[in-house]
Structure formats: C-alpha cells, structure tokens
Design a protein around this ligand. Structure first.
Ligand SMILES: Nc1ncnc2c1ncn2[C@@H]1O[C@H](COP(=O)(O)OP(=O)(O)OP(=O)(O)O)[C@@H](O)[C@H]1O
Ligand SMILES: [Mg+2]
Length: 248
C-alpha cells in the first residue's frame, strides 16, 4: 500500500548554551545544578504538509530558513520537538556533502561505510560495489583517501551509494549542483527512472530552474514557516518576488 509522507503541526526547537562552558565536567555540573542557560530557537514552526507517493517536492527558501532541518526529520535523523512525522518506506538521504563519510578512509571503504549506515550489509555491498564504482566513473580513485577527492567527486560517490540502496524515498539536499554537466545528466536520467518506478523525492535546491524543471510541487520556507505550498511555477514566482523585494 502506498501512503503519503505526512507532517502534522511539526515544530523543531534548537537549544544553544548561552554561556561558554570550558569542559565536559563543567557542563555536567552546571546541567545537574540547573545552571545551564539556553537560547531557544525555533527552526521550524507548525509545519503541515503531505507528499503523495511518486511525487517530487521541491523545497526553496533562503539560507537558514529550515530546509535541511525539515529533511532531517523526514530522513529520521532527528525527531520533532512537537507534532508528528510519518514517513512510510525506506529512505535514502543525501543531506550534506560528504555526510556519513570518513575523509581519512578510501573511496572503497567509504562506500561500505555509507552503505552500512543506510542498511546494506558487507556481503550485499560486495555484490553491489562494482556497479557503484562504475556509476561514479571513479574506478581509478577507489583506493584513494576521500580527503583527496574534489566536492564533485564526493557527490558522485554519495549519489551512487544512495541509489544502490534501492530506496522508496530519496532525499537530495543541494547535492547535484556540484556535479559537472555530464554527471548531472546521469543523475537526472536516474531520477526519472526512479520516479517512473513510483519513487518519491524531496529536493532542496537554490537553483530555481532545477526546481521548475523537475518538481511536481514546491514548498517555500521562510524563518521556519511555510510561506507557500502548491504548484511549482506559482510558488517559485512568489519566492522570486520576495527575493526581489528583500534585495531592494
Ligand atoms: N544543530 C543546530 N543547533 C542550533 N541551531 C541549528 C542547528 N542546526 C540548524 N540550526 C539553525 O536552524 C536554522 C535552520 O537551519 P537549516 O540548516 O535547516 O537551514 P537551511 O534552510 O537548510 O539553510 P541553507 O540554505 O543555508 O542550507 C538556522 O538558523 C540554523 O542556524
Ligand atoms: Mg541546508
């Protein structure tokens, strides 16, 4: 049965310590005595929306608007402070560049590492590895440590592992932008195939052209709140008008 992703009245609060603590011991003592003071910050406020299965939702908004926080909830990396998040299906997130990777390990070791985080056993990965390596076109770099990779190369590796997980829901946070044109086209072809098979995608991008080109629907976040949600051209137009007005 195919169910939508549902967020119902979701809010997320981050807490930042107001004063600097100089050691873990001091932190424990102050916390224990109730002496730690926090600055509270609501990164998301009363967010309600749904994503039907098979749709691609584009999320736009300025830096710090709450886009990555929203994706982390859907990726089950964090829980909301309030409200409910329902995500039916296997999720493969690509939240930030190189997230889940260890830069001291080789490309090959990182494929196994990220795979294990996403639920692929070593034995399964043995079978998938060659296809992943071929998709990246980085066969000659598989034994090279990741710190010697460019950001585009890291993206290639991450995307190849994420699709190898064979997810039902894919989360792409501003990751395709660093790939070169050839690789972007390869990703887009793969995304089209994934969608034909009924996959759902959440896509964050500052490239409004890409949002317009790929997304069925769009959601605009501003300071943790939904400013607009609905058909892509309408939402993008409103967001562009807003960007124009704050730039004046
Ligand atoms: N772990 C954290 N602790 C405290 N505050 C955080 C934390 N993570 C994010 N924030 C704050 O929450 C807000 C939303 O951050 P988020 O990363 O979701 O924004 P974003 O829309 O993805 O921005 P960008 O376009 O720059 O990627 C920001 O003000 C940020 O400073
Ligand atoms: Mg972000």
């Amino acid at each position: 049965m195919n169910l939508p992703i549902v967020l119902q009245d979701v809010s997320v609060r981050y807490r930042l310590p107001k004063e600097r603590v100089h050691s873990f011991k001091e932190f424990i003592i102050k916390s224990f005595k109730g002496h730690m003071e926090y600055e509270e910050f609501w990164a998301l406020k009363n967010i309600t929306f749904q994503v039907p299965p098979g749709e691609m939702l584009g999320i736009v908004g300025r830096n710090g608007a709450g886009k990555s926080t929203l994706l982390k909830l859907i990726a089950r990396v964090m829980k909301p402070t309030r409200g409910t998040v329902r995500v039916p299906g296997k999720v493969a997130p690509m939240i930030e560049l190189g997230g889940g990777f260890d830069h001291e390990l080789s490309g090959r070791e990182n494929v196994y590492l990220l795979g294990s985080i996403l639920g692929i056993s070593r034995r399964e990965m043995d079978k998938k590895f060659d296809a992943i390596s071929e998709f990246t076109e980085l066969e000659d770099f598989m034994e090279t440590p990741l710190r010697a990779y460019s950001s585009g190369m890291i993206t290639r590796l991450g995307f190849a592992v994420v699709i190898a997980v064979d997810p039902e829901i894919m989360i792409l946070d501003e990751v395709l932008a660093v790939g070169d044109t050839a690789f972007q086209e390869k990703c887009h072809a793969h995304i089209a195939k994934f969608r034909q098979a009924g996959g759902t995608i959440l896509f964050v991008s500052h490239s409004l052209d890409q949002i317009l080109k790929f997304c069925d629907r769009a959601l605009w976040l501003e300071r943790g709140e939904i400013r607009s949600w609905g058909d892509t051209p309408g939402v993008v137009r409103q967001y562009e008008n807003f960007l124009g007005s704050v730039a004046d």
